[in-house]
Design a binder for this molecule. Structure first.
Ligand SMILES: Cc1ncc(COP(=O)(O)O)c(C=O)c1O
Length: 367
């Protein structure tokens, strides 16, 4: 069976070091907000090119705390994409703010920047571009729109650790960059974890308070916060993996390039952009997602050949049962709906063998 991803294969390359680091944390007796978390924050900030990085308990919390620290609250409108993981919208709703959706471009599955301005009202306070599947959204245009309308920009980088656009890392371009270390992510912990990157000292201080019950210590609480800390064990594991992230991402990109070489030109199949060469971005392929007019038949063929595949995502945000109150219906965001009907994600991970990709592509092309 070819799985969607194989975390054990990744662990094989780093097991001894991970085990040493985990043992050291356990022996240290310091498990929450200790030296490993501080070091991880320093190293991650350096890597992303951000002034501050604040480690939190998940990617969802990263979005929630960043939005809150930026002053987003009840009745504020936040524009984002209907083609994302549910968390992006959930984080807005935690604050009783209003998610406003703008349709996507069909090539990259990212928010269509030509659809943003028509959604802006006097209540609009922020934009959340999601670098979906590891492909950077069009940040130059998004930042221009935000500047013109005085909006905050919160990048959802849950899927894009290490992706660049315009020479900068995703997560360093907006007011805040929010990352997830859910185990399957390009940089994944052995449990939940998240990170907020910011440039502003005041914003960083506020997020540090919010993640720790509104307290900077000493049982003095200056605001109502949350329990949202990354733990030392996860930070220790992430420090080991952070050293390897460039090579992991490069291997993902090589696999994606091979997929594209084998699949492009096949009638009906649309391959994702690699973003290298003359393009101003680097896709890090958290997912390798193609479009196919008969994607269910593709999945069936793959299943017969003992190959896993997934649909990211089967239902856009505006048609989710939990979001019915938003009053949308089918047809409101045709590009996102078409994507949900046609996408299929194929196995991708750094250690995936080229022979498996060749086998997968033959199965896809046989449909
Ligand atoms: C686009 C996107 N945003 C947010 C999240 C939330 O991250 P977490 O699962 O760490 O809360 C995820 C992943 O799970 C995601 O894919």
């Amino acid at each position: 069976m070819v799985p969607m991803l194989d975390l054990q294969k990744q662990m094989d390359g780093i097991r001894d070091e991970v085990m040493r680091e985990v043992a050291a944390v356990i022996e240290s007796g310091q498990y929450i907000l200790g030296k490993k978390v501080s070091r991880f924050e320093e190293e991650a900030a350096k890597y992303i090119g951000a002034r501050h990085a604040i480690a939190v308990a998940s990617g969802t919390d990263a979005l929630h705390l960043a939005l809150k620290a930026l002053g987003i609250g009840p009745g504020d409108e936040v524009i984002t994409t209907p083609f994302t993981f549910f968390s992006t919208v959930e984080a807005i709703l935690y604050l009783n703010a209003i998610p406003v959706l703008a349709d996507i471009e069909s090539g990259t599955f990212n928010i269509d920047t030509s659809k943003i301005e028509e959604k802006i009202t006097p209540r609009t306070k922020a934009l959340i571009p999601v670098h979906i599947f590891g492909c950077p959204a069009r940040m130059d245009t998004i930042l221009q729109i935000a500047g013109k309308h005085n909006l905050k920009v919160i990048e959802d980088c849950a899927q894009s650790f290490g992706a660049r656009t315009g020479g900068k890392m995703t997560g360093s371009l907006g007011d805040a960059g929010c990352f997830s270390f859910y185990p399957s992510k390009n940089l994944g912990a052995c449990g939940d974890g998240g990170l907020v990157c910011v440039g502003s000292d005041a914003l960083a201080a506020e997020i540090r308070l919010l993640r720790n019950h509104g307290s900077a210590g000493g049982y003095m609480h200056s605001t109502i916060g949350f329990n949202s800390r990354l733990d030392e064990l996860q930070a220790a594991i992430l420090l080991v993996k952070l050293k390897k992230i460039d090579s992991y991402n490069e291997m993902r990109r090589q696999k994606a390039a091979l997929y594209n070489r084998l699949l492009s030109g096949t009638p009906g199949i649309v391959c994702p952009p690699l973003g290298d060469g003359g393009s101003p971005f680097t896709h890090v392929f958290h997912q390798y997602t193609i479009r196919h007019p008969r994607r269910d038949a593709v999945r069936e063929k793959l299943r017969e050949g003992q190959v896993s595949s997934m649909i990211y995502y089967p239902v856009p945000m505006h048609l989710q049962p939990a979001l019915r109150f938003m009053g949308h219906r089918e047809g409101d965001f045709p590009a996102a709906e078409a994507a949900c009907r046609e996408v299929v994600s194929l196995p991708i991970y750094p250690e995936l063998e080229d022979a498996a990709i060749e086998r997968i592509c033959s199965a896809v092309k046989s449909v």
